[in-house]
Design a protein around this ligand. Sequence first.
Ligand code: AMP
Ligand code: MG
Length: 400
Amino acid sequence: MLEVEAALDIVLEHTTALSTETISDYSALLGRIMAESISSDIDSPPFTKSMMDGFALRAGDERHGPLPIVEVIAAGQMPRVVVESGQASRIMTGAPLPPGADSVVMHERCTVDEERTVTVNEAIKLGQNVVQRGQEMQQGEVVLTTGTSLGPQEIGLLAAVGRTSLSVYRQPQVAIISTGDELLEPNRFPGPGQIRNSNGPMLVAQTLRARALPHYRGIVPDQREYLQTIVADSLEKYDVILLSGGVSAGAYDFVPEVLTSLGIETHFHKIKLKPGKPLLFGTKGRQLIFGLPGNPLSSFVGFELFVRPALRRMRGLANANPYFTSLPLQSELVCRGDRRTFIPAKIEWEMSGVSVRPFRWFGSADLRAMGRADALLSVEPGSHTFAAGTPVTTVLLTQD
Ligand code: AMP
Ligand code: MG
């Protein structure tokens, strides 16, 4: 049986970035991945400017007694008067430095006599409180490169360099299909033997959190023909198909054979993983198909470990792997398993440092124990008792 890492490698080997599209709306860019590099159309700052409210003058002149104030320069206004040796101009933050001056002194360090003269009470370092034209970036300079994930700062930078449209990778379109005769929609009350479809809405939310576009296709009974019809239809329309349930070896688990009948190539069907051993991955051309186990927690973990990295790669990110890190346990952890086990946990942020608190957990149907989990602890097979403070491998769930 495959180890988690080997299975993830197989998934990513079969996954490529989607095609690109042009977006001309800043509010649609957050979290998108750039498919082109862009350069600045301006020098920034576009003129040499003051970083402080104060006085513009020549370094060294502070030693020469009260200096006559020859002009007041506001931001947005061009200076008209040259600052000669032994003179100063009052200047506001962001205003252009007047010709002749090379430095700015904060007004808190000055004594002003009725706006006519200024006495400087500190030694000036040449160029202090001045940003030179083009110091941040120069016209023609590449400021953002292809593959960059767009956060608020990058979007601000796009605006600063005048880019109003941008080529980015398409977002994956994901079909979500819940299989099982026992399932019913959440607005109904379960009769004997029935349970509500919690995986459907959960996978929709996980897909959204992964910045992909979910398409909920409803509940499909455990019948070959139904399953075949909806998978075939989804293959016509979407980049990724997520099925939950019906993927193990039960008499009514038709997912594997239906996928094969539709020309989908199965790359693996089982992983050494708890929860969630039966997990199927297949492809048809560049389309990906995941058969996730029906148990909600197994389905959740399977999505985070395998589907989400694939979605990241499709979105155009170079590093698609899950966010593995190591964090100290906040409390003791007792764990026993014959497979690598992933335990829901909460990251605790405190001034003294970050730690991770495992949740008590009653098996792979226990969604409630998952409540508020923002991490999964990864524990190797065997019997373990880890004391508080022991570093454990942790997968972060809330990262982009
Ligand atoms: P399966 O993988 O189809 O054998 O299902 C395993 C377990 O998960 C069974 O107890 C199912 O009733 C349950 N299950 C399957 N699909 C869902 C779903 N969409 N929502 C909640 N539980 C499910
Ligand atoms: Mg089932």
